[in-house]
Design a protein around this ligand. Structure first.
Ligand code: SIN
Length: 275
């Protein structure tokens, strides 16, 4: 085993793995970059513990995998840009919070024509009595579990994703909207997955409204089944790094009025999701 070889401990059968023997406060070697990227593709979300990273470290990590992304949510989002680092979002929630980011199953900003590929979130302050866990689901496993007939029905369909569904809390901002295939092929793994989510997806374009509502409600409930999800319990300086192209996540707000505070950066996708 070389000094740079990471360790990988899967978190569940379908999604997630914890990565060890790595220090994210230092530049990564080529071997570490390659192995971290391979684990990101294989597990959909990877976790690192005890990483006291700075904003620069977080930006450097994201930069290994793509161009850092500026959030498209505008004034209606619950997170705010970090001072001096517009690509880093402060996700701070406390007794005065009216809502938090991500308390619904979603992949980040699927309302964008080209959604961000990856998100990297670190928690710096956690509630004293536990809580504030994040659920992650595999959109591959959810797709794989559908019947052949349901896959054939969904395959040619497209769905509208609207930022206003998640972000609009009475602010006058115009939010992004996009239409993506309901079933997408991951550009790097070649696997098929379900690409609709309760946070942003508003309708299936080819169906009548009541048909669309029924199919989407079925798919939202299907993706939320526990069979292809895992629950991540944060500690101070834990980092989660997820692939928005094949996972969805849900942040649990069970800690009010306590504080949970962290920082997220994202890197850009290279192309629109395709069938
Ligand atoms: C998010 O949706 O980006 C937030 C996830 C979390 O806070 O756990």
């Amino acid at each position: 085993m070389s000094a740079d070889q990471i360790t990988i401990t899967p978190s569940s059968p379908h999604v997630g793995a914890e990565i060890g023997n790595i220090d994210l406060t230092r530049p990564l070697s080529d071997e570490q970059r390659r192995d971290v990227h391979a684990a990101f593709l294989k597990y959909g979300v990877i976790f690192f513990r005890d990483q006291a990273i700075s904003f620069e470290d977080q930006m450097r990590l994201a930069g290994y995998f793509g161009h850092v992304h500026i959030h498209v949510g505008g004034a209606g989002t619950a997170s705010k840009p970090a001072e001096g680092f517009p690509a880093i979002r402060l996700q701070h929630f406390d007794a005065s919070s009216k809502r938090i980011s991500g308390e619904v199953w979603h992949s980040d900003q699927s309302c964008a024509d080209i959604p961000p590929t990856g998100s990297i979130l670190i928690q710096k302050v956690l509630p004293p009595d536990g809580g504030g866990d994040t659920l992650f689901a595999s959109a591959y496993a959810a797709y794989d579990a559908l019947s052949t007939q349901m896959k054939a029905f969904l395959d040619p369909l497209t769905a509208e994703h609207d930022g206003a569904k998640l972000f609009d809390k009475g602010t006058p901002t115009v939010y992004p909207q996009a239409v993506h295939p309901v079933v997408v092929t991951h550009p790097e793994t070649g696997r098929k997955l379900l690409f609709v989510n309760a946070g942003f997806t508003t309708r299936i374009v080819e169906l009548a409204r009541d048909e669309s509502d029924a199919v989407l409600n079925f798919l939202f409930a299907h993706i939320a089944k526990p069979h292809w999800q895992m629950r991540f319990r944060w500690r101070e300086n834990s980092v989660a790094f997820w692939d928005n192209r094949c996972t969805q996540h849900f942040a649990i707000w069970d800690y009010w009025p306590n504080v949970r505070s962290g920082y997220r950066v994202q890197f850009e996708g290279e192309a629109r999701p395709v069938r």
